[in-house]
Design a protein around this ligand. Structure first.
Ligand SMILES: Cc1cc2nc3c(=O)[nH]c(=O)nc-3n(C[C@H](O)[C@H](O)[C@H](O)COP(=O)(O)O)c2cc1C
Length: 378
């Protein structure tokens, strides 16, 4: 109780500092420059024990009620960093100190990729979202594998793989070969692997949301699959018959779960439009944050119900508070990922969410987070 009060006061101080001092400055700057700056700074903070410990004192929070064992991985809390923030695996040393229970790196592709031309990241300040048009910028699987070959991770790390964003991989077989190269090169490193079939910004669209193509991709992955769990990352804007086809296809392979969901590219969707208050949004890119929250919740709800909770669901999209995270958990998510909420609310949001989850679990009479999974969706 005393610990919770101290953490609460600490979080409020950092929240004030972020909201009224740091954020107004950062939000005047180019978003990609800020992202690169945080990566640079985070890498330095993670590089030695002193700065890691100081960061931990400033941001971390732990409580046994949040501990879970999922697919043989131990999670200290359910809040993870979503794919796309740490594209080239620079932040895995500092993220546990910031309070994350796990993190997903990437998406990493078969070949190095410069991504789409700049600008490729915009803030939707009023709608609390981002427009993302990076186009899978990353250093490529071989360079990253060399960099992390001796790395020990303190928290479960998921490795997200995708196909290189270029004209050549728009050919189905070349696309499969590219995914397969990234998967094989990186499969020994993380605790789980994610196959990202839902990048809205890649050349040739999202061909692997089609059941036949997905089946061919999973056939190839299966040849080299190890014991580590595989997740499929779904888009938030597929019709339910398409989701059914993906679930049906996944059931024929060793797929352990789904990440629900990625950015939406569907700017004509009425629900998305209703949530976008900002004017003049870029024509390109996918949208994150509050505008996708409800769509992501619908996907979680649908997949959990459809599969009777057979798959592990990682809920992602528009989580800005403990209430948002708890809603996803009660709909069927075992774990949560986020990026945009952290950018808008500051890094203390991670422990604020974890602290808030403990309060909500106690309020509802649960002893552990796992008891709340899917409770509103049975
Ligand atoms: C800057 C940025 C880059 C992203 N890049 C990737 C990526 O490379 N791979 C991926 O699977 N998702 C990527 N995403 C999507 C996020 O992982 C997440 O699904 C989405 O942002 C919704 O969560 P949020 O509302 O908490 O940000 C990216 C998101 C952002 C904001």
């Amino acid at each position: 109780m005393i610990k919770e009060t101290v953490i609460n006061i600490r979080n409020k101080i950092f929240k004030f500092f972020y909201k009224f001092i740091l954020k107004p400055i950062l939000f005047q700057m180019d978003p990609e420059t800020v992202h690169d700056g945080f990566t640079f700074f985070g890498k330095i903070l993670g590089s030695n024990i002193v700065t890691r410990k100081i960061t931990e004192l400033m941001f971390a929070y732990s409580n046994k009620m949040l501990n879970q064992r999922v697919l043989n991985m131990d999670f200290k809390n359910p809040i993870g960093m979503a794919a796309g923030f740490d594209k080239d695996v620079n932040l895995t040393d500092i993220l546990p100190s910031v309070g994350f229970g796990f993190a997903e790196v990437g998406s990493i592709t078969g070949e190095k990729c410069e991504g789409n031309p700049k600008p490729r990241l915009w803030r939707l300040k009023k709608s609390k979202g981002l427009v993302v048009y990076y186009g899978l910028k990353n250093d490529g699987c071989e360079k990253i594998a060399r960099k992390i070959k001796d790395k020990k991770f303190k928290i479960p790390i998921g490795v997200s793989v995708a196909k290189t964003n270029c004209k050549e991989t728009a050919d189905l077989q070349k696309g499969i070969d590219d995914y397969s190269k990234a998967y094989n090169t990186l499969k020994e490193f993380g605790s789980y692997m994610t196959i990202n079939i839902s990048c809205p910004n890649a050349f040739g669209g999202q061909p692997f949301t089609d059941a036949n193509s997905l089946s061919k991709l999973l056939d190839e992955i299966k040849k080299h699959q190890n014991e580590k769990p595989i997740f499929l990352k779904l888009p938030p804007d597929l019709p339910t018959n398409k989701l059914d086809e993906i679930i049906e296809t996944a059931s024929k392979y060793k797929v352990s779960g789904f990440i629900c969901a990625n950015l939406t590219k569907d700017k004509h969707n009425k629900e998305i439009n209703a949530r976008i208050i900002d004017k003049d949004i870029p024509k390109v890119g996918g949208i994150s944050g509050k505008p996708v929250e409800e769509l992501a919740d619908e996907v979680i709800k649908y997949v959990y119900k459809k599969t009777n909770g057979k798959y592990v669901i990682i809920g992602c999209g528009g989580v800005f508070s403990a209430k948002d995270a708890y809603k996803k958990i009660r709909l069927g998510a075992s774990l949560i990922q986020m990026i945009t909420g952290m950018i808008f609310e500051g890094p203390e949001i991670i422990s604020e969410i974890n602290l808030g989850l403990v309060k909500l679990l106690k309020r509802d009479g649960f002893k552990n987070i796992s008891e709340a999974i899917g409770i509103d969706n049975k």
